[in-house]
Structures are given as structure tokens and as C-alpha cells.
Design a protein around this ligand. Structure first.
Ligand SMILES: NC(=O)c1ccc[n+]([C@@H]2O[C@H](COP(=O)([O-])OP(=O)(O)OC[C@H]3O[C@@H](n4cnc5c(N)ncnc54)[C@H](OP(=O)(O)O)[C@@H]3O)[C@@H](O)[C@H]2O)c1
Length: 211
């Protein structure tokens, strides 16, 4: 599959490495320097290459959004035309710049805001496990694949992200409508606080179990 990645940082690079390893064709974009984007592509391997945000958006059947929240909607506005008809996999946490709190939630979500700014894309919200976990040899925690809640209004787009999530070693759960991102995004805040404020570290995850 052709995949564009917007965000050449920790998460975009870790996801790209796993997706490239699964055989996907990747164009990555978006950092303050071209050198950083080129380094991210090299780290991903598998023929991943750097591009502009518009090139990455146009390239992808699926376009991952892995950017800090304060710059996310501006970037989505910039590439909105190129996202027409794409599945946009939004991985962002709507954190304040100091990561101490969510800047929106419960009455809307980052996923829904991204969808408002990219009205011709099928936006799917699914916050992956920590980049450190994805970058390690095994993403499993305590013998479990990391859980990944997948919210979106387009069932086909959700199925696409569910498939990719399974390929990168996660245990995806199709949670239905994008509106439920209002309740999955706070979990990202909780896990980040547990990992980096309360000292549990990034080898933690949450899973859904069912009889
Ligand atoms: N890291 C994780 O484990 C993880 C897990 C789940 C969800 N998330 C979410 O995923 C998103 C990305 O996280 P991350 O840890 O990958 O962040 P990151 O390492 O800081 O990467 C962000 C990327 O965006 C670029 N960027 C930021 N501001 C920019 C600007 N003004 N102009 C151009 N490029 C800019 C950065 O480039 P520069 O480095 O050049 O600034 C970098 O390539 C966030 O919303 C985060 O909450 C992260």
C-alpha cells in the first residue's frame, strides 16, 4: 500500500519503520529541516523516501498524521486538497505544548477537528503505543500486543487502519464512530502521564479483553 507520513518525529519514524518492514511504500514529510526528514526516511528503510507535505499527502492511500497538536490543524489546512479521497490515520494527542493536559476533549476530539479541516478525507483516530515500544524488537508488553482503539465514521477506512495496526504488531479494536475519539484521546493523556510523569516508562499499554 502507498502510505504518506506527516511528521518525521519519534512516532512517525517508528511507525514508518514497521510499515516499511511490512512492505509498504512510504513517503515521509514534515520537520523543521529537510535533513531530519531525510534521516527519518533512512531510518525507516524499505525504500521510504522524503518529500514535501503535499507530496506525502498525495502519495498515500493512507496518510498518517503524527505531529504535535499545536501545529496539526495548520498542516492539515495546508494539505487538505491533497488529502481528498485518502484515509487519514490521525495519531495525535491534543496535548498542550508542555504535555501537562489536553487542550480539548469530551465535547469534541482532535480526530473530529482534523476531520473538520479535511472534509474530503476519511479520518480515523487511533493512537498507537509509545514510539519507544514500536522501535524495540518486540512491541509486546507482558506477552500482549498493545491495544489500539480505532474510531472513524467510514467502516472501510477503519478496516484499513485495523489491518495496518495488526501488521505493525498491535491488537486493534474497531470501536466505531469518530466521536468515540472523545473518550480514547484522554487515555493517551493517562498513559503518557503514567509513563513519563509517574515513572512507569514507555513499555506500558492498555488492552481490551472480552469473554
Ligand atoms: N511519541 C510517542 O510515543 C507517541 C505515541 C502516541 C501518540 N503520539 C502523538 O504523535 C504526535 C507526534 O509525536 P512525536 O513524539 O513523534 O513528536 P516529535 O518527535 O516531536 O515529532 C514531531 C514532528 O513534527 C515536526 N514539527 C513540529 N513542529 C514543526 C513545525 N513548526 N514545522 C515543521 N515541522 C514541525 C518535528 O520536526 P522537528 O523535530 O524538526 O521540530 C517532527 O518531525 C503527537 O501528537 C503525539 O502526542 C506520540
Amino acid at each position: 500500500m502507498k502510505i504518506g507520513i506527516l511528521g518525521a518525529g519519534n512516532l512517525g519514524t517508528a511507525l514508518g519503520r514497521r510499515l516499511a518492514g511490512a512492505g509498504h511504500d512510504i513517503v515521509v514529510a514534515f520537520a523543521r529541516t529537510e535533513d531530519k526528514v531525510a534521516r527519518a526516511a533512512r531510518t525507516m528503510g524499505g525504500g521510504a523516501r522524503p518529500g514535501s507535505p503535499e507530496q506525502a499527502a498525495r502519495h498515500g492511500d493512507v496518510v498518517l498524521l503524527s505531529t504535535p497538536w499545536p501545529v496539526t490543524l495548520g498542516l492539515v489546512d495546508q494539505v487538505a486538497d491533497s488529502l481528498t479521497g485518502r484515509v487519514v490515520w490521525d495519531t495525535t494527542n491534543p496535548f498542550a505544548p508542555d504535555m501537562s493536559e489536553l487542550v480539548l476533549g469530551t465535547t469534541t476530539s482532535a480526530g473530529e477537528e482534523v476531520a473538520r479541516h479535511a472534509p474530503d478525507a476519511a479520518v480515523v483516530k487511533a493512537i498507537p503505543p509509545f514510539a519507544e515500544l514500536l522501535s524495540s524488537d518486540s512491541a509486546e508488553v507482558g506477552g500482549h500486543r498493545p491495544g489500539l482503539f480505532v474510531c472513524g465514521d467510514d467502516a472501510g477506512a477503519r478496516a484499513t487502519v485495523v489491518g495496518l495496526a495488526a501488521q505493525i504488531g498491535c491488537d486493534p479494536v474497531d470501536t466505531g464512530p469518530l466521536k468515540l475519539a472523545r473518550f480514547t484521546e484522554p487515555q493517551g493523556m493517562l498513559l503518557t502521564n503514567l509513563a513519563y510523569v509517574q515513572g512507569m516508562g514507555p513499555r506500558i499499554t492498555s488492552i481490551l479483553v472480552q469473554d
